[in-house]
Ligand binder design. Structure first.
Ligand code: ADP
Length: 403
């Protein structure tokens, strides 16, 4: 269908405009004088009913083609307030113009009136363009039409601005929320650090100092992790995380990390399952550690104490090695599963209960992608979660003798 013009159908002025324009269109397409009048009368009858009984009315005049036969079609769309079916104007219009059909998509009603264009009128793209051009540029516009056009332009600008404002507000809100949580998270370990340091300083016997220093160390580590994550956000904004790629044997790397991982989740049972065969990957070891820390930290954060967290490593036939972190925690629904890798996304139910920034998984997914890998999760509410990473391996030996 080629549209030649559109008119809002909201008041009496629109109705007379609809009458005049549909008559002009019929004339330009060489319809007989009686067809011009019946078509325009039917259009104005329907317009009247829409003005009385509906809202958001719009008329489009189109030229449609079916099997080389062309028709002039008046397409009305509107939202019904009162029922239009069987109203006087509609019945009358359907008698004037025999090709008349109605349908409904959602709440929006559509009504098409069409008259056939005689075969001696040569219609092609050029002709359609000319008719449209006539209405856009040649025909002199009434002040009301000029006002309507201006109105259209303004409402389009308005819609665009509203959308931009909405997006900007959303980002500002997210950033504000993030800043308040981030500063809170920074303050907590700092306050503890200060208290412990003062205790350590006051302590006179050397052996009493050691446990405090251990705790200080843990808090410093937390602070460092947090600052790394904060820096990662600003780096990820400008699209560059730093990497130091090297060839690394994954199972040894994880076995060396096991003690640290156990310390990361002291209230949980942590298990590492590897395949006991060397798998070499090309990766940045600190970044990989960051991803694993994040997944295991989350597994502990979103599950009860004394439950089990398992990190399993498994090579696949297609050149990838899979690392999966399984917990017995609160789980999440399908909708959240798709969103947890987005920046700042946190599941609303946990926001008030568990501290977090909503950036760990986002940064992890960036890191895994930059390693040509994939990250995804499986979960359901109350049944725990499994987070998977798959990374391409360079080589993998099935027998220890090959090392
Ligand atoms: P954070 O944990 O700091 O909020 P993340 O980006 O690491 O940020 O995680 C995003 C969100 O995904 C979390 O807020 C949480 O709602 C959900 N989530 C992450 N890991 C798990 C998990 N193992 N079990 C249940 N929910 C999780």
């Amino acid at each position: 269908m080629d549209r030649i013009l559109k008119i809002p159908i909201e008041n009496e002025l629109d109705m007379s405009l609809a009458y005049r324009k549909s008559k002009d269109a019929a004339k330009l397409l060489n319809l007989s004088i009686s067809s011009q009048t019946t078509f325009a009368t039917a259009v104005s009858e329907i317009s009247r009913e829409i003005i009385d009984k509906a809202t958001d009315g719009l008329l489009e005049l189109n030229i449609s083609a079916a099997e080389e036969k062309y028709s002039l079609v008046a397409k009305f769309t509107y939202l019904e307030v009162l029922t239009l079916d069987r109203s006087e104007g509609i019945m009358y219009a359907s008698k004037l113009v025999p090709h008349f059909d109605k349908h409904k998509i959602g709440d929006m009603h559509t009504l098409n009136l069409s008259v056939k264009i005689p075969s001696f009128v040569r219609i092609d793209r050029e002709k359609v363009r000319n008719v449209r051009f006539y209405f856009e540029s040649v025909e002199e516009k009434s002040p009301y039409e000029l006002l309507l056009e201006k109105n259209y332009e303004l409402s389009e600008i308005n819609e665009r601005t509203e959308l931009e404002l909405h997006t900007a507000n959303y980002i500002i809100n997210q950033k504000n929320e993030f800043l308040s949580v981030a500063s809170h998270e920074l303050k907590t370990p700092l306050t503890i650090l200060k208290g412990l340091t003062q205790l350590a300083l006051r302590s006179s016997e050397r052996q009493d100092v050691a446990p405090f220093l251990v705790k200080i160390n843990t808090q410093v580590q937390k602070l460092q992790d947090l600052i790394t994550r904060l820096l990662d956000i600003s780096k990820s904004e400008t699209d560059k995380l730093d990497y130091n790629f090297e060839q690394l044997e994954l199972n040894n790397f994880l076995t060396d990390l096991e003690i640290l991982l156990k310390n990361l989740v002291p209230a949980h049972n942590f298990e590492l399952i590897t395949e006991d065969v060397p798998v070499f990957i090309n990766c940045d070891r600190l970044r990989l550690e960051q991803v694993i820390n994040n997944l295991i930290g989350n597994a502990a954060k979103y599950s009860s104490e004394n439950t089990t967290i398992v990190l399993t490593v498994k090579t696949t036939e297609n050149g990838y090695v899979n690392l999966s972190v399984k917990d017995q925690g609160i789980g999440m629904n399908k909708n959240d599963l798709e969103k947890v890798f987005e920046k700042f996304y946190r599941i609303s139910e946990v926001k008030s209960q568990v501290a977090g920034l909503g950036i760990g998984l986002y940064v992890s997914s960036r890191i895994v992608n930059d390693h040509q890998g994939k990250i995804w999760a499986e979960s359901s509410i109350g049944e725990g979660s499994i987070f998977h990473i798959s990374l391409p391996y360079i080589s993998y030996f099935t027998e220890k003798a090959h090392i």
